[in-house]
Design a protein. Structure first.
Length: 365
């Protein structure tokens, strides 16, 4: 075998570099470098302390000086002080430090493009389905369902309504993610957002904080004991719901367009929204002017919703005994012998949101 065949060069001579794919020769241009900058930077990596004349391979001498100055300006190279004869030598900056931020910027841009492609795909699918007149679509997989749910909300014009049960099946889109992705944007566009959530969500401080933030933004949230299914309805023209709410494997969802089924789903939402208790923002000026302290009103509202003393303590960040002590003090103050009587008094006194002044004790107090 010859030296070339064995991969060994002639004695005393450096081995020839393996031929590279032509595409690889310009990969750095994907990070925003010009073709000349790409070529000169690669040479500097292998030849520290080079002068422009020594880089005459890819570019001419004067052009090499211009490219080197550009690399220095972009932080991809450094220049030494002139020698006695006025020669300036250049050294490549660390690729990790110099190219890392450029790579991260391009990666972030690609993620945004990927999101846009997904959004366009869902819009195309929805438009095709609408044009075909199909009343129901079937979506498979969490990625497809998540994209459609986000697209539906971003395209909402007047109203978004949701039922959010406290299922233990992994969520396609969590409270926190949905709040971060689209809630503020929808509210800024004047879209009305109404939701019904199961009481269990309020027993978790993280989701309770998200719900409080939603209410503070102007959303309308109703709390109930139990919901039959997860549901999202946009502008009363399209709805999204799981095919099997208990499915733990690959999820499948139905997209329902204007049909009798959609009308039934809207009625289902309205029924649960009306019979639930409304969440309100605590700590407002009106609450401070009320005859009961804001924190005590908050305790009574959460008690009325159905939370236990322990759950109330966790949500408000206070001790279990502190909650019990304040409740007993309130009962003594209003002359209530039981918590049922305290709830009745709170309803009459206007401490509870969206409850008229009447003599009927609130159910479940």
């Amino acid at each position: 075998m010859t030296g070339a065949e064995t991969g060994r060069g002639e004695p005393g001579r450096p081995e020839a570099a393996a031929p590279r794919d032509p595409v690889d020769m310009s990969l750095l241009t994907l990070l925003g470098l010009g073709a000349d900058e790409d070529a000169v930077y690669r040479l500097l990596v292998d030849r520290p302390d080079s002068e422009p004349a020594g880089l005459a391979g890819p570019v001419s001498g004067p052009e090499a000086a211009r490219v080197l100055d550009s690399l220095v300006e972009r932080g991809l190279a450094s220049a030494s002080r002139p020698d006695a004869d006025g020669t300036v030598r250049y050294r490549a900056a660390s690729p990790v430090l110099a190219l890392g931020p450029l790579l991260e910027s391009r990666r972030s841009a690609l993620h945004r493009v990927e999101s846009l492609v997904g959004d366009l795909t869902e819009r195309h699918r929805a438009a095709q389905s609408h044009a075909s007149g199909a009343p129901v679509e079937v979506l498979s997989g969490p990625a497809a369902i998540r994209r459609r749910l986000l697209t539906m909300q971003r395209q909402a014009r007047t109203e978004v309504c949701t039922l959010v049960p406290a299922r233990h099946v992994p969520a396609v889109l969590s409270f926190e993610d949905n709040h971060e992705e689209v809630d503020s944007e929808m509210m800024d566009r004047g879209v009305t957002v109404r939701s019904v959530v199961e009481r269990e969500w309020l027993e978790h401080p993280e989701t309770a904080a998200v719900l409080a933030s939603c209410v503070a933004q102007g959303q309308h949230i109703s709390v109930t004991d139990r919901l039959p299914i997860k549901l999202a309805i946009v502008d009363r023209r399209v709805a999204l719901l799981p095919l099997d709410p208990e499915r733990e494997a690959e999820p499948v969802a139905l997209v329902v367009h204007r049909t009798g089924l959609l009308t039934a789903l809207v009625s289902l939402f309205e029924e649960h929204f009306e019979k639930g208790w409304r969440l309100s923002v605590s700590g407002t000026e009106e609450e401070h002017e009320a005859p009961v302290a804001a924190i005590d009103r908050q305790i009574v509202v959460l008690l009325h919703v159905g939370l236990t003393d322990a759950a109330i303590a966790r949500q408000l960040g206070m001790g279990h005994r502190t909650v019990q002590r304040r409740l007993h003090a309130l009962m003594d103050e209003v002359g209530a012998a039981t918590r049922f009587q305290l709830g009745w008094y709170a309803a009459r006194a206007g401490w509870l949101p969206d409850i008229a002044d009447n003599s009927a004790a609130p159910e479940g107090s």
